[in-house]
Ligand binder design. Structure first.
Ligand SMILES: [Fe+2]
Length: 113
């Protein structure tokens, strides 16, 4: 859905979609890999859930920025597509935050090894 919406947005702007290296996302992937290697196993799920919230916030900030540009340009069809993606990211964030809270609570109440 996200990719299809973005492709449709590029098409509406008469622009060609091209690949792009996202250094911020690369950094978050490396951070998650580092946690997997270093963190205590009983804390790993919570740490990864917290990392997932970073990713969702990053994606939300990106869509908010794109939306501001699309609104400024007055391209309402693109605004609608980006808004749909933003809302999905916000819904995902709510789910990830809920899971992170449950995992943090579980870690806090678990006996220490
Ligand atoms: Fe996401």
């Amino acid at each position: 859905m996200h990719v299809a919406n973005l492709e449709q947005a590029f098409s509406a702007l008469a622009e060609e979609a091209a690949g792009h290296t996202c250094y911020g996302m690369d950094g978050m992937k490396k951070e998650a890999q580092d946690m997997i290697e270093k963190i205590a196993p009983e804390l790993l799920d919570g740490a990864l859930a917290a990392g997932a919230t970073h990713v969702e916030h990053y994606e939300i900030a990106t869509y908010e920025g794109l939306l501001r540009h699309a609104e400024t340009m007055g391209v309402e069809d693109v605004v609608a597509l980006l808004q749909e993606n933003l809302e999905q990211e916000q819904q995902t964030l709510a789910k990830v935050e809920s899971a992170a809270a449950r995992l943090a609570q579980r870690a806090a109440t678990s006996p220490r090894i």
